[in-house]
Design a protein around this ligand. Structure first.
Ligand SMILES: Cc1ncc(COP(=O)(O)O)c(C=O)c1O
Length: 401
């Protein structure tokens, strides 16, 4: 049976790095729940985080129930009902457009929590400075609906706005953040310096927990921004909290040859269980469990290794003697992971480990084609595996109404 396994020590490793950056720079470090929201795992991140970033009411409710602390909400648009509920417990509510803000401004500013300062409002801005490499994830692309272009802010009435929010990065390093901030300062320094602006939310997409990320440069940038503009900086990474902390383990259901291709059908769907592989698209790292007695070359390991197991890393097409097209048990023709080669022939029942499957996976899954949903387990620091969710036929049926 397929399963997502999330390593608690790996999550805590990331969390310690993020906490250290927050402590060194004075920034508030939030968890973006859109990337990762498994509540049993959030429990372990809770001591390290300053709160959560929510994309709307449901994520904000989850944050209030499972993380507490600071709740920052940014949504591309709010319904009046959702906003009315958020006003009662969120701390920052950031708006995406001036018309939405103007429509709800009185409702917001008259709320008792806004009058005490417990609740503040911000505006997402678009510096129109693209640095990303994936068009699907570029909020600064021409025609973007995400954020008010800075050039449209000059004559705007920003009464009641206390914060600026920008999110422009995706899996990026400090050089791209630094050039984005330079654009922000070039186009909006007077606004940033205005005493009305008390917080600056630099969004997510910062690959802070990657080994080669320049954390000192980030800390220096945050320190300067906070001192120069008298603002509290917030960061809201998602992926950085859980990168290299989870795997999806699948089983081989069938192996056959067709029209010159060797296929291995797995018990997971790319479309239903790891849609980013198709949407982004990208090629995940793949491993197969080495047979007992075979000395697997160590060096590359999946993010989560179970005690006593060793793994063979799959290679590119034909790099190793046995190449297979890894595919899903669905009827979607494109529901394939790609062509991967292995040092040994695959067999029915073999375990295939799909690496780095914590971020933007479990939060995105569906029951498409009625494929069984992988269980979710935590690997604890003492090496024990604790199942936190198993799915059944009823989960599939109930969701469909
Ligand atoms: C507004 C906002 N904040 C934070 C994030 C988290 O980004 P990441 O998981 O890349 O750090 C996203 C991701 O899309 C986002 O849209």
């Amino acid at each position: 049976m397929a399963e997502f396994i999330l390593s608690v020590p790996a999550l805590e490793h990331n969390a310690r790095i993020l906490r250290a950056v927050a402590d060194a720079s004075g920034a508030k470090m939030l968890i973006a729940l859109k990337a990762f929201a498994t509540t049993s795992a959030l429990h372990y991140l809770h001591p390290y985080a300053d709160g959560a970033c929510a994309s709307g009411l449901y994520e904000a409710l989850l944050a209030a129930e499972h993380l507490g602390k600071h709740i920052a909400v940014y949504s591309t648009a709010y319904s009046k009902d959702d906003l009315t509920r958020l006003l009662d417990f969120a701390h920052h509510i950031d708006f995406n457009s001036l018309p939405q803000w103007m429509r709800f401004r009185d409702l917001c500013l008259q709320h008792p929590r806004a009058l005490t300062g417990e609740l503040q409002f911000g505006l997402r801005v678009n510096p129109c400075h693209s640095t990303g490499h994936t068009p699907l994830y570029d909020p600064c692309a021409p025609g973007s609906r995400l954020g008010v272009p800075l050039c449209d802010l000059h004559d705007a009435d920003l009464t009641g706005i206390s914060g600026l929010h920008l999110h422009t990065l995706c899996e990026q390093y400090t050089d791209d953040l630094i050039s984005t901030i330079a654009t922000l300062e070039e186009l909006a320094a007077p606004l940033l310096a205005s005493p009305a602006i008390r917080y600056l939310n630099l969004g997510g997409g910062h690959w802070i927990t990657k080994a080669d990320y320049d954390r000192t440069a980030l800390e220096e940038l945050i320190t300067r921004l906070q001192q120069q503009y008298k603002v509290q900086v917030f960061l809201e990474p998602g992926e950085a909290w859980c990168i290299h902390s989870g795997v999806l383990r699948a089983r081989v259901l069938d192996v056959f040859e067709s029209l010159g291709h060797h296929h291995a059908i797995l018990d997971v769907s790319v479309s239903a269980h790891m849609p980013d592989v198709l949407e982004m698209p990208y090629r995940p790292r793949v491993f197969c469990l080495a047979s007992p007695g075979i000395n697997a070359p160590h060096g590359q390991q999946p993010a989560v290794c179970l005690p006593g197991e060793c793994y063979d890393a799959a290679g590119a097409d034909r790099e190793f003697p046995y190449t297979y097209r890894l595919g899903a048990p669905t009827c979607l023709a494109g529901d394939v992971l790609g062509d991967f080669s292995f040092p040994r022939a695959l067999d029915i029942g073999d375990t295939i480990v799909l690496d780095d499957m914590a971020q933007y996976t479990i939060v995105k899954t569906t029951h498409f084609n009625g494929v069984a949903h992988p269980s979710i387990a935590l690997l604890l620091s003492d090496g024990t595996k604790r199942y936190v969710r198993r799915f059944s036929y009823r989960d599939y049926v109930c969701r469909l109404g």
